[in-house]
Design a protein around this ligand. Structure first.
Ligand code: MN
Length: 283
């Protein structure tokens, strides 16, 4: 998915790469693709909705400038800054973690982090957002905050209370959720935290629609746009269902069998070298 900040696309996307190959073995070299020499620029992923889809909470004009000028501007700057450098072939997240806290890499960090944060922000919003989270995530929110209302109040306070420019986040910190904010381009991923949602509180995110009324923008986003489905999916990706034994045993033929989150699936070949997922109750 090109607009995923977790898999930013370059000139040759993973999907195109896979479509161009028919060898199953190549499927299992995906983790190694990062090592291939491709220096195509990082691409601006598509917005997950039309520019006017978030109206009336956020106008098409705001989204047009925010996505088409600000987000694109960070990305264009980043591609210029990393061209021909040691960062040219790195995944976006690695560029961020490699440049974080390094005074001589501030420009690269700022533009890389802002590129990532904005991609994550677009997905944190939905024209059908608001309401309550899916039950698994809601249970986790209740575990961590007591109830959803408390979580939302903390998120609002983090967003409204962020002095000057920055971001408010709901993140996964180990097995717990917490709310935080970051300043300017800073992003929780440099601290090993896993973001579930973000609200952009730079003035460019709301000033055309709300002027100085940041609290009204935050309230409207929380009530109407916040994409709980995305947050739930992101949380589930970080926390697959637990099973009693992840790697179960080797069978008589030396085939490694797994009892995993996929235990309801049919047995499937994971690699070309006899590595299988099987239901935990299979022989
Ligand atoms: Mn922004």
């Amino acid at each position: 998915m090109n607009n995923s900040p977790l898999e930013p696309s370059r000139g040759l996307s993973r999907r195109k790469f896979l479509a161009a190959t028919s060898s199953a073995a190549l499927l299992f070299t995906l983790g190694g693709l990062r090592g291939l020499a491709w220096s195509a620029p990082i691409e601006l992923g598509a917005l997950p909705y039309a520019e006017n889809a978030l109206e009336p909470v956020i106008s098409a004009k705001t989204i047009g400038f925010h996505y088409g000028k600000h987000h694109k501007g960070y990305l264009d700057n980043l591609n210029k800054l990393i061209a021909g450098s040691e960062f040219a072939d790195m995944p976006l997240e690695k560029i961020i973690t490699e440049t974080s806290g390094k005074a001589d890499k501030t420009a690269i960090f700022n533009n890389a982090a802002q590129t990532w944060n904005h991609s994550f922000y677009w997905q944190s919003l939905s024209p059908k957002g608001g309401g309550t989270p899916p039950s698994d995530l809601k249970n986790k929110i209740n575990d961590s905050f007591g109830d959803l209302d408390t979580c939302m109040k903390e998120l609002s306070a983090a967003a409204v209370g962020r002095f000057a420019s920055g971001w408010a986040w709901l993140v996964s910190d180990g097995d717990k959720l917490k709310v935080m904010n970051t300043m300017n381009a800073d992003t929780p991923i440099t601290s090993g935290l896993k973001p579930l949602l973000t609200i952009d509180v730079w003035e460019h995110a709301y000033y055309l629609d709300y002027q100085n009324r940041r609290a009204d923008y935050v309230k409207a986003v929380q009530e109407k746009l916040i994409n709980w489905e995305f947050a739930a999916k992101t949380w589930a990706d970080f926390h697959p269902p637990q099973t009693t034994e992840r790697l179960q045993h080797c069978d008589a033929e030396g085939v490694l069998c797994c009892a995993s989150a996929m235990q309801t699936h049919s047995p499937m070949i994971l690699t070309s070298t006899r590595f299988f997922l099987r239901p935990s109750n299979s022989p």
